[in-house]
Design a protein around this ligand. Structure first.
Ligand code: PLP
Length: 423
């Protein structure tokens, strides 16, 4: 039984009114749809807990759709870097890159500031520039298209497959022109794009494949890691991913020449880690370095990689079981037996726009899918050219599967979905 805290100077009735005012104010603030990103959610949960304790009211825990998990190992490794006084891109970055190489079975990994810059650098390394076209699926985070624009090329959007929400190989083939230089398939939620078909079409047409594996770190098909099928693969370590470095990313490749070019491009055009002084700069480059501080965080996160992978697999299985038999909700497929890792659990539901606020009212945070890129003002094109993305994306939502989410939480989410459908 929670006991309300006394408020000095107020009689019992006024104190109750004041506590309720504070509690319901906090509750409203907590449910404010403008604050849906996972980062403030842990803070909001703590805030709500403190206010409920004060008010003597038991608040239902908000189930976060995603939030990072950072432990003591990460803290210790970051402190070691601080103590070393070498906080720039350095030996810890190299160690982190080598661990990723071992884990993914590729030859090279180049640490960069984030996956957006990774895709940009990969495209520039592949020779993409003004006048070129790069084919991108309509269903992706806008970063994929923006990276193409950053390279000065035109992002050519194509429709997706209804079953997987990944790039339609047929639409890709149709969109190829003499200007097409590259294609960027996206492995949505860790589910692989149809790489067999996409690679075959790309090879036949001399198009470079740069995989957007932002959501597919450690996800595999037939024993091969996503990101290693194309000429280059791009990873993200932003806070909503399997492991995070705060912000961070990597380009992976097996190609010697691309590797050298990527290292030059990420560090002002010099091919060796320079001094900032009298270094040779054979080409024009940028500053997209991943620092020792970020890499220390990443190395710490890798210590719990197996547990993290188990968790996302368990979440996926729990939702599959919990939503079984419902026709109005379809959990999108993920070939877990073939090695695919369902980073986030995405479902298709008819009345998605109503479901999201219904769940939020019950303290369940979920994340509506991206708008199709072609509907964004900066890439606007007619809906008729993207019938599948236009129909499917408004029905897609990611259900909560953060590391702090338990199987009991998933049962609560599934029960709420069933109540919504029955209502
Ligand atoms: C599919 C996809 N591509 C690219 C990105 C961009 O990654 P970053 O935030 O590391 O730049 C993301 C990030 O969420 C993503 O989900």
């Amino acid at each position: 039984m929670l006991r309300p805290r006394p408020i000095i100077g107020l009689d019992a009735e006024r104190a109750t009114q004041e506590r309720e005012r504070i509690f319901y104010g906090a509750r409203l603030e907590n449910d404010d749809p403008r604050f849906t990103s996972a980062a403030p959610l842990a803070y909001k949960n703590r805030h709500l807990q403190a206010v409920s304790e004060f008010a003597g009211i038991r608040a239902l825990k908000t189930i976060p759709w995603w939030e990072p998990e950072i432990g003591e190992t990460e803290r210790d490794l970051v402190v070691q870097v601080l103590a070393s006084n070498f906080v720039n891109d350095g030996d810890v970055t190299t160690r982190f890159e080598r661990r990723v190489v071992e884990l993914l079975g590729c030859r090279y990994a180049v640490g960069v500031t984030n996956c957006t810059s990774a895709i940009f650098l990969a495209l520039v390394a592949a020779g993409v520039g003004p006048g070129d076209e790069v084919i991108v699926p309509d269903a992706t985070f806008i970063a994929t298209a923006n990276a193409v624009s950053m390279a000065g090329a035109k992002a050519v959007l194509v429709d997706i497959e209804p079953e997987t929400l990944t790039m339609s190989p047929a639409a890709f083939a149709d969109a190829i022109t003499p200007r097409t230089k590259a294609v960027v398939p996206v492995h949505v939620s860790g589910r692989g794009a149809d790489l067999d078909a996409i690679m075959a079409i790309a090879t036949a047409n001399g198009v470079t494949v740069v995989e957007d594996a932002a959501e597919a770190f450690r996800s595999r098909r037939n024993g091969r890691a996503f990101g290693t099928f194309g000429a280059m693969g791009c990873l993200s370590f932003s806070p909503m991913k399997l492991i995070t470095t705060g912000q961070g990313g990597m380009v992976i490749t097996d190609d010697d020449a691309l590797h050298l070019r990527l290292r030059q491009l990420k560090d002002q055009g010099r091919s060796i880690r320079g001094t900032g002084g009298d270094d040779p700069h054979p080409i024009v480059g940028y500053n997209f370095k991943l620092t020792n501080l970020q890499a220390a965080l990443g190395l710490g996160q890798l210590e719990t990689l197996d547990r993290r992978m188990d968790h996302v697999r368990r979440m996926y299985a729990a939702y599959k079981g919990g939503l079984e038999g419902l026709n109005a909700v379809r959990v999108l497929p993920c070939d877990t037996e073939g090695g695919a890792l369902p980073l986030w659990v995405d479902v298709i539901v008819e009345r998605c726009a109503e479901l999201v606020p219904f769940l939020r009212e019950r303290g369940i945070d979920c994340r509506p899918f991206w708008h199709p890129i072609h509907t964004q003002p900066c890439y606007r094109l007619p809906d008729e050219r993207f019938p599948v993305a236009t129909e499917m994306l408004p029905k897609a939502v990611w259900l909560p599967s953060a590391f702090s989410v338990s199987e009991a939480d998933v049962a609560r989410v599934c029960k709420s979905i069933r109540e919504f459908l029955a209502g």
